[in-house]
Ligand binder design. Structure first.
Ligand code: PHE
Length: 356
């Protein structure tokens, strides 16, 4: 074939061969105009068609068009191949060898674990009470109804049972075994032992875990910790109780914390009170944590009800005493200004590490 397109196949093959040699996207961008654009031999051929008669020009135009499409398709393939190679190269450069990360970010001495904030707070509170002359005792977390309620002057169906939303354990007769709702049943164990051993008086604190069917919120957890206090001795008055509470709150929270006692009701103490400290989140001005009251309740207390002493065989005419029970988690929350108590159970390493 003669005419302007007689070398078309050779031109196209030459262009395809050139495309094959291109090694980077930048090179492709730079060379594209000379391969398929305005400076390409195909564009020059296009111009040379001007002198042909209309039929021949249409045929030649169609052949040129097909030739250009082949070159453009080759350029498209080339571009995709180069882009994929570039992606692989970047991925490879970004590859993380986790072995390297571990060995480079963990210090030479592997970090040791440490007691959680609640365990630490419990130990600190025990220290405060031991310094005041108390002994430390513990009791079981699973209790019979008798220890958790009846011996504490809360008979079955007594309305005061509503004060403690109780988890029952599926053991024995229905509703006879409970997860203790407070540490007060340990008072009863201690008094029974003291009566059996003839070892009155009692000056003891009893820390431990308790359970209530509460919906967790900023101040409550369904599994929480209390410290129970029990003094049974001769001639004990409410002033002794108030003095112990004042002394312990100052020793643990510092002297600028205010304590107040508010009249309350517990079936096992008479008179009864709740004790509160200034909210340490807002320092008394009112915030979400203290429901805008400026005060946070730490626990309940009161003089031992004679009915409780009698239930374990202690003569209320000879002996008197007081008891208190307050939240360890609450103390940790106030001492460390933790706005939401649920942080204590979330196991967020960033939280835990603040208390190592
Ligand atoms: N056991 C009570 C409670 O958890 C607190 C308390 C303990 C009250 C001792 C008086 C005496 O609600």
């Amino acid at each position: 074939m003669t005419g302007p397109l007689e070398n078309l196949d050779a031109v196209v093959n030459g262009l395809l061969g050139e495309v094959d040699t291109i090694a980077s996207i930048e090179e492709l961008d730079a060379r594209e105009p000379a391969l398929a654009g305005r400076r390409s031999p195909l564009a020059a051929l296009q111009k040379s068609l001007g002198g042909l008669d209309p039929d021949a020009r249409r045929d030649a135009g169609a052949r040129l068009q097909a030739a250009r499409a082949r070159v453009e398709a080759a350029i498209g393939d080339c571009r995709r191949r180069l882009a994929a190679a570039e992606r692989d190269r970047l991925l490879e450069a970004d590859r993380l060898d986790l072995g390297d990360v571990v060995t480079s970010t963990v210090p030479d001495t592997l970090r040791a674990g440490h007691p959680g904030l609640v365990a630490r707070t419990q130990a600190e509170l025990e220290d405060v009470f031991v310094a005041m002359g108390f002994r430390v005792a513990e009791g079981p977390e699973v209790e019979s109804d008798w220890y958790n309620f009846e011996a504490l002057n809360i008979p079955p169906a007594h309305p005061a049972r509503g004060m403690w939303d109780t988890f029952y354990v599926d053991l024995g007769e229905p509703e006879t075994v409970v997860l203790r709702t407070h540490t007060s049943p340990t008072q009863v164990h201690l008094m029974e032992t003291a009566v059996r051993d003839g070892s009155l008086p009692i000056h003891s604190v009893m820390p431990g875990r308790c359970y209530r069917r509460d919906t967790p919120d900023a101040r409550h957890l369904a599994a929480f910790h209390q410290v129970e206090g029990l003094v049974v001795d001769r001639g004990i008055t409410f002033a002794d109780l108030a003095g112990v509470i004042e002394t312990f709150t100052r020793a643990y929270f510092g002297t600028d914390v205010e304590t107040r006692l508010r009249p309350s009701y517990f079936p096992f103490t008479e008179p009864s009170a709740e004790f509160e400290i200034t909210c340490q989140i807002c320092h008394g001005t009112g915030c979400r944590t203290c429901s805008h009251t400026g005060w946070i309740e730490l626990g309940g207390c009161g003089m031992l009800d004679p009915a409780v002493l009698e239930a374990v065989g202690i003569d209320p005419d000879e002996w008197s005493g007081f008891a208190f029970g307050f939240g360890i988690d609450r103390c940790a929350q106030m001492r460390h200004e933790i706005a939401d108590m649920r942080a204590l159970t979330e196991n967020d390493a960033r939280f835990l590490e603040q208390f190592s």
